[in-house]
Design a protein around this ligand. Structure first.
Ligand code: NAD
Length: 499
């Protein structure tokens, strides 16, 4: 059995605890990928101390040179794309087409970040006073604690770590327990690309031990977390108390709205992909389908027929549409929500149970599940299930659909299918989400645009695009007075009419 290690202070090291956990293939739990460290606070202490040393060097490396290193990381990801996709599918289950897409997202993020090394713009503005320059520029912040979820094992770490490094910070990285192998390979890629050994640290282990220790560590100046809203809340409480800069990307309850005038074939393809892609385990997954009454019945019966034809299986096998859930706890959670939906009076049209077909019994497979007659306010309409469960609601008008879309505590993404351009533009301003797609499903973010959500999905920051660089750098202002006299600002020295 292969024993994996942490990467701390420039070396691959065993955890101080001597304890490990098994990383298993969710499509076949008899396939154990390897044993990974169950680290502790002591390992985090060593990692932060090393990152603090690394930071002192890295922050002085010119940003274009840091960008060069990240470009090389992108090149290595291109070279290793298929290999990483395969090991990612093996440890978390989504089909190879999706894990290749996950790596591609990392590649796109690398190439975008590399060019940012030649921008990182500040402002130069006129001064109020003569012979004086006024400008703002960006400084690195320190050690960034990066805590990531299981569903995008490479893409999400790259969304955080590339901009963090580009801005001159050092990183302590804790990947989710379900995807430690991809996290390990990503650190290998960074080291091969030339990230100095003490600038990146990898500490494996549980959220309660390692994640919490990173968040609480006084040497960690900023924290970027993606995961559930519940975990994010506790991370936020700690960071608030300790005055840490914090980016939170959390849960979603995303809706697709299909109006009577929509192209039904297009919308059908969209909802199948949005609801059952990644087995519903995307923060942007379509978990509510809001159908206008004129198309409701016909669309629903076509949808059920198509969803029944989806092929469940090992994501590494050709032809698989839907892979397994990530672990046993996820299966239990989805089962619980199916029971809640039935008890609350929704109509279970299909699925609702573990998949029992031959070849699936050794994995965490769950049948694609559709509930109809879901009412606003039911728990399956309000709460994030994070599995292949779609709740269908019926509405009379676009405005009713918008109200339902907005009636949840989350606000990540939404989608509207219509041919009416006026309704489409109205939706863009009315829907309370960080992202709205018109005539496309709720998933499909691009690396060069800001990604994130409103309400309890986020805390106002964005990943991706140009905005994330604000998070990983601190604005500083410089004034240079070359007048040779004391010019007093902020007292009444208004010069009156110009000469
Ligand atoms: P999770 O909250 O269980 O875990 C996320 C990470 O936090 C893991 O690395 C975990 O070990 C760590 N963690 C757990 N407890 C911690 C603690 N007390 N302190 C610090 N760290 C801790 O989430 P998950 O199950 O891995 O991922 C699914 C969730 O992530 C869903 O809610 C999904 O919507 C969300 N998500 C959001 C986005 C987004 O961008 N908004 C993207 C992907 C996933």
């Amino acid at each position: 059995m292969k024993l994996f290690k942490n990467f701390i202070a420039g070396a691959w090291v065993e955890p101080t605890t001597g304890d490990y956990f098994d990383n298993v293939n969710p499509a076949d739990t008899s396939d154990v990928i390897g044993r990974f460290p169950l680290s502790s606070r002591a390992d985090v202490d060593q990692a932060v101390a090393s990152a603090q040393r690394g930071f002192e060097r890295w922050r002085r490396t010119p940003a274009p040179a840091r960008g060069d290193v990240i470009r090389k990381a992108g090149d290595i990801l291109v070279r290793r794309k298929d290999e990483i996709a395969d090991l990612m599918t093996r440890e978390m289950g989504k089909p190879l087409t999706e894990t290749r897409g996950d790596v591609q997202e990392g590649i796109d993020t690398a190439y975008y970040a590399a060019t940012e090394g030649r921008r990182l713009f500040g402002h130069t503005v006129p001064s109020e006073l003569r012979d004086k320059w006024a400008m703002s520029f960006r400084r690195p912040i320190g050690v960034a604690g990066i805590i990531t979820p299981f569903n995008f094992p490479l893409a999400i770490p790259t969304w955080k770590i590339f901009p963090a490094l580009l801005c001159g910070n050092a990183v302590v990285f804790k990947p989710a327990e379900d995807v430690p192998h991809t996290g390990t390979v990503f650190v290998e890629v960074l080291l091969e690309a030339g990230v100095p050994a003490d600038v990146i640290q990898l500490v494996h282990g549980t959220g309660e031990a390692v994640g919490a220790a990173i968040v609480e560590h006084p040497g960690v100046s900023l924290v970027s977390f993606t995961g559930s809203t519940e975990t994010g809340r506790s991370v936020g409480e700690t960071c608030g108390r300790l005055h840490k800069r914090l980016s939170l990307e959390m849960g979603g309850k995303n809706a697709m709205i299909v109006l009577d005038d929509a192209d039904p074939d297009l919308a059908l393809e969209g909802v199948l992909w949005g609801a059952f892609g990644t087995t519903g385990q995307r923060c942007t997954a379509t978990s509510r389908l809001i159908l206008q009454s004129g198309i409701h019945d016909d669309f629903l019966s076509r949808l059920v027929k198509r969803a029944r034809a989806l092929k469940l299986g090992d994501g590494r096998r050709e032809g698989t549409d839907v892979g397994p859930l990530v672990n046993e706890a996820s299966v239990k959670k989805v089962e619980r929500y199916v029971d809640i939906g039935v008890a609350d009076g929704a109509d279970l049209l299909m699925g609702g149970r573990r998949a029992a077909a031959r070849g699936l019994e050794k994995g965490y497979f769950f049948e694609p599940t559709i509930f109809a007659r879901v009412e606003q306010g039911m728990r399956i309409e309000q709460e994030e299930i994070f599995g292949p469960v779609l709740s269908v609601l019926r509405v009379e008008s676009p405005d009713e659909a918008f109200r339902i879309n907005n009636g949840v505590k989350y606000g990540l993404s939404s989608s509207l299918y219509t041919r009416d351009v006026s309704v489409a533009f109205r939706a863009l301003s009315e829907l309370d989400n960080g992202i709205t797609y018109i005539n496309a499903p709720t998933i499909g973010a691009e690396a060069h645009l800001p990604f994130g959500g409103v309400k309890q999905t986020g805390n106002g920051h964005r990943e991706g695009g140009w905005e994330v660089y604000e998070f990983y750098s601190e604005t500083k202002v410089g004034y240079v007075d070359f007048s040779g006299t004391l010019q007093r600002a902020q007292i009444d020295n208004y010069l009156g009419t110009p000469d």
